[in-house]
Write a protein that binds this ligand. Structure first.
Ligand code: XCC
Length: 660
């Protein structure tokens, strides 16, 4: 019998095995024990009213199957998908709302613990929003920017501000099909209304609504969040760090920040280097304080400060099982309630910090941006006080991988020409010449229902071998980082010759870590800039680019998949399809969406097929664009010198973080 492999990562697998030997249960065990509901999994269960739940299965399992109200299968399936997209949009966007209110509080002088770090980015954003900034007080500009973004949530008519960042042709498609988002909250509310009993029953209309609400996420919530976080905490540039469970230190207080919102984590980064706090840690027998992260809060502080990451979603319980975490501070999203249960077996304290996200069994220390430092200090001291309670048991692991993160839109632009000639020209040229076959956004969660993180690794390896440049976000990035795939050396060893040539010339890894899940918005703006640069497609649709989320599990992932599809990117998700029950819905989301937007959302559980489909989309796009046919192995003998200034900066970043 084949061995029961639960994780695609050897170190994670060792911890899982250790846990099993010690009678500990994790998401991997629960995933095996709890088979997914076969009706809900395919989208065929309707539970939006109390005449049901209506399960459109068994002898009724054809397109003509109907619920008690008469809702046909395609209506039920598309309605379910729309609700998922709306929930995903709500999550990212509520996070963005908090960022907008934080910027407003900073501008109004209501919080002394935060400041505007990147004034250049503030001005860039103000320029896009058509806010005057020359000669004005920074706080006045910031107030106007925050106010304009806050209006994006409650706007009833018109368009969200950032629609204008999309290429004109992409915008035209949205207008034609009536999916230009007006206000973020309005789109979420409308989606909830239309999926209520007895409202919208037309699958096509429901799915267009899914695209509209998701566009409010991508070009609204996610993009607002990315930009405001850059303004407040700095726009990322390359930074060296480490990943995996070996980031925990045996002789230091280990604090892990987990979730998605970067605000509290930013202050914790500051507090842990406060000499008084370090002294306090020493007074408790620790040699110092070691801060690490998990999931997307990790990505945020990794991108800006080189804080190491213990990995993505499926690593959270395993992290506790090392026995080395003194405090696990969580904010919102992707936090398993199982954490409090597993932490009972160790000395680890789970601290919830948002009134929106409490977990029975956790300690609640509520974060408030007006007294951020005070709260951060309380949390850090709490962790220090817990250090002496650490026992020796736990699956101690020392392995870790180096990585380079911090690739923002701005840096990618800069690395292709330095301060004076920053552009996307070299990237477009490399694609046109066939050195780079295409670009893939490798994103999304990791999932215990497959050997977790394994699909990310498989696809990353195969794609770069095929000269495909990867931009990654979220747990996709974490999976690559933990596997040691985010280093320039990776390019030398594994990338195809054309891609390797480009990576060597600039000094970048073949997989560029763009940040947290909300930073998928960076992919949208990069694709828009590539369209504007010329030579490829003049809209996002038609680019030799594909989005992949091989292990997705969150509702947020569906919103992301839909906003990429509506923006013109073919998207392939792994795992079973949540719309599988209806052929009509599947056809709408694939063929019909492609005709209208040049994007699709395909579900394909077989990783080999995902790879095949991806390369096929890329090659067909090249053919449509009439650019040179990709020929494997054509390049590699000559070197393209793109920009040495960017390379020098990268080396400087590596040296700065050498001590880590
Ligand atoms: Fe969550 Fe962002 Fe998914 Fe990871 S990737 S499991 S959503 S942490 Ni966004």
């Amino acid at each position: 019998m084949a061995e029961n492999i639960k994780s695609g990562n050897k170190i994670a697998e060792d911890i899982i095995k250790w846990g099993e030997e010690h009678g500990m249960e994790t998401c991997f065990d629960r995933a095996q024990r709890l088979k997914p509901c076969p009706i809900g999994a395919t989208g065929a269960c309707c539970k939006i009213c109390h005449m049901g739940p209506c399960r459109l299965v068994g002898k009724d399992a054809e397109e003509e199957a109907r619920g008690v109200c008469g809702a046909p299968l395609a209506t039920v399936v598309s309605r379910n998908l729309l609700r998922i997209a709306a929930a995903g949009t709500a999550a990212h966007s509520d996070h963005a709302r908090d960022m907008a209110f934080l910027l407003l509080a900073v501008a109004n002088g209501e919080t002394k613990d935060f400041k505007i770090t990147d004034v250049k980015k503030l001005y860039r954003v103000a320029g896009i929003l058509e806010i005057e900034f020359e000669g004005r007080d920074i706080n006045d500009v910031a107030r106007d920017v925050a106010t304009k973004f806050i209006e994006d949530f409650g706007r009833q008519k018109g368009e969200i501000n950032y629609v204008k960042r999309a290429p004109a042709k992409t915008q035209e498609r949205w207008k034609k099909w009536g999916i230009t988002p007006r206000g973020i909250d309005r789109e979420v509310t409308e989606a909830m209304h239309r999926t209520n009993i007895g409202v919208d029953h037309d699958p096509d209309n429901l799915l267009l609504c899914a695209l509209k609400v998701s566009l409010a996420d991508g070009w609204g919530g996610c993009m607002i969040s990315t930009d405001l976080t850059d303004i407040l905490f700095g726009t990322p540039s390359p930074v060296k760090a480490e990943a995996s469970f070996g980031i925990f230190k045996e002789d230091e207080v280990n604090i892990i920040v987990h979730g998605h919102e970067p605000t509290l984590a930013e202050i914790i980064v500051d507090v842990v280097s406060d000499p008084e706090i370090i002294e306090y840690a020493k007074s408790k027998g620790a040699k110092g304080i070691n801060l690490g992260g998990m999931c997307c809060t990790a990505n945020e502080v990794l991108m800006r400060h080189g804080i190491p990451t213990a990995g993505g979603f499926t690593n959270q319980e395993l992290g506790v099982m090392t026995g080395l975490i003194d405090a696990l501070t969580v904010d919102v999203q992707c936090i398993m309630p199982a954490l409090t249960e597993i932490s009972k077996k160790f000395h680890t304290k789970v601290i919830t910090t948002s009134y929106k996200a409490k977990i029975p069994g956790a300690i609640h220390i509520e974060y408030d941006e007006h007294r951020a430092r005070e709260v951060a200090k309380e949390i850090v001291k709490f962790a220090i006080d817990n250090f002496p309670n650490r026992k020796v048991e736990g699956s101690h692991i020392t392995d870790k991988s180096p990585l380079i993160a911090g690739f923002s839109h701005e840096y990618i632009e800069y690395m292709q020409g330095g301060s004076w000639r920053a552009s996307f020209r070299p990237l477009n040229d490399a694609i046109m010449a066939g050195r780079i076959r295409g670009v893939v956004g490798l994103a999304g969660c990791d999932n215990p229902r497959v050997p977790a993180t394994g699909l990310h690794r498989f696809l990353a390896t195969e794609l770069i071998k095929n000269d495909v440049l990867i931009v990654s976000t979220g747990c996709g990035s974490a999976a690559c980082g933990v596997a040691g795939y985010l280093t320039p050396e990776m390019a030398l060893e594994n990338a195809g010759p054309g891609l390797r040539e480009v990576c060597e010339a600039i000094g970048i890894p073949p997989i560029l870590h763009l940040g947290a899940c909300v930073d998928n918005s960076r992919i949208l703006t990069i694709a828009s800039a590539m369209a504007e640069e010329g030579g490829l497609s003049d809209e996002i649709g038609g680019m030799p680019a594909v989005g992949i989320a091989p292990e997705w599990m969150s509702e947020k992932a569906i919103a992301i998949g839909c906003y990429f599809a509506a923006s013109g990117v073919p998207v392939i998700f792994g795992g079973e399809s949540p719309v599988e029950a209806s052929e009509e819905v599947t056809k709408l989301m694939t063929e019909v969406w492609f005709e209208r937007f040049m994007g699709t959302l395909i579900f394909e559980p077989n990783p080999e097929k995902i790879l095949e489909l991806t390369l096929d989309f890329i090659d067909k796009a090249r053919e449509r664009l009439k650019i040179r046919k990709y020929e494997p192995g054509k390049f590699g003998a000559e070197r393209v010198l793109m920009d040495m200034a960017a390379r020098r900066e990268l080396e400087r970043a590596q040296k700065t973080h050498k001590g880590l």
